[in-house]
Design a protein around this ligand. Sequence first.
Ligand SMILES: Cc1ncc(COP(=O)(O)O)c(C=O)c1O
Length: 405
Amino acid sequence: MVQDGAFDDLKRQIAGLEGIDPARHGTWAMDTRLVRGYGGIDGATGALSVPIYPSATFAHPGYDRSTGFMYGRCGNPTRLALEDSIAMLEGGCKAWAFSSGMAALSTLLKLFDPGDHIIVGDDLYGGTYRLMDQVYARFGLEFEYIDATDLSQVRRALRPNTRALFVETPTNPMMKVVDLAGLSVLIKEAGGLFIVDNTLLTPYFQRPFEQGADIVVHSATKYLCGHNDILCGLVVIREPALIEPLFMLSMSEGGMLSPHDSWLLQRSIKTLGLRLEKQQQNAFELVGFLKAHPRVKAVHYVGDPDHPGYGLSKKQASGFGGMVSFSLESPQLLKSCLGRLRLVLYAESLGGVETLITYPLEQTHGAVPEELRERLGINDRLLRLSVGIEDPRDLIEDLDQALSV
Ligand SMILES: Cc1ncc(COP(=O)(O)O)c(C=O)c1O
């Protein structure tokens, strides 16, 4: 607990607590912001790359004077450059970078008190479900899982103690699309916070604050990093009112991103647009192949005009991304396919330059109860593809040989 008055002292001392200045980036388009929007160009040397400051503590020039930094848990210049960058890309006012997506979510959930009711879109990353259901439910938070594609279900779930609505879109792994603007109206009327996990589309394709979200979270391990080489998570807020409580929680918990990983993530973000465009282009190619394959029974990709969420996707996002899930004709085929793939890697994650295939039932969504998994369609025939940037002809050839047993 921060003592009375102590927070004001910290606030004076710690850089970045006032949030970013949106005017700094003028009218730059997203591609320009990705490459040049960060604030790290070193004034003294002209170095383009944000310096890595591996200092755990920061010396003060004198009594009651500060460089803006005091202790690495509360703020670090490399991390701050990254945080400002993601806040700017999402159109928020402030961000915090954590050592994983789960660390980000865990700190965020501490905004709530025992007895608070949180409505959650039911098709979501299994680890998020586990964190809510097996950890925070024990501390008295009440989670209710509903199909957030259906606004009437959300309306019915609202209660006097509802404090937030949490969704992913597209959902993971069933690739459903939820109506961000519609949901935001409902939760605002109830006085709750609207939290969106924007991991799958990133601000390059989707900016939930423009649709009324209050908080955006990321597993930056995925597309923002894009190279399967760091774990990181982000929380971004739209309004300054949440700066104090989230700063207090983040520095109290201490799950922040290291200076080195902050630098690496900042570097990765510069190529986000190029990577995502190629991943999306490849996804279209693979979806065409999968839809035509006789042993593939269903393909879920939000960029497919036959997908029920296609129209909504086009309205609220500027792209469809590189995530695809599909159902095979039998569990036997699924297992043999996983064993035969040579180029596509059978691994648990998404968003990187390498194409990965995941078996959600046993991997990412193992923690989701069977009844909910069955209802959603997460079964022993479903596979999820995170499409990379390889030549699509090689990917198709590999999938083809793996499915032709
Ligand atoms: C949509 C989504 N949110 C959050 C997470 C958790 O992130 P991390 O693995 O970086 O802790 C994941 C991980 O797969 C995810 O897919």
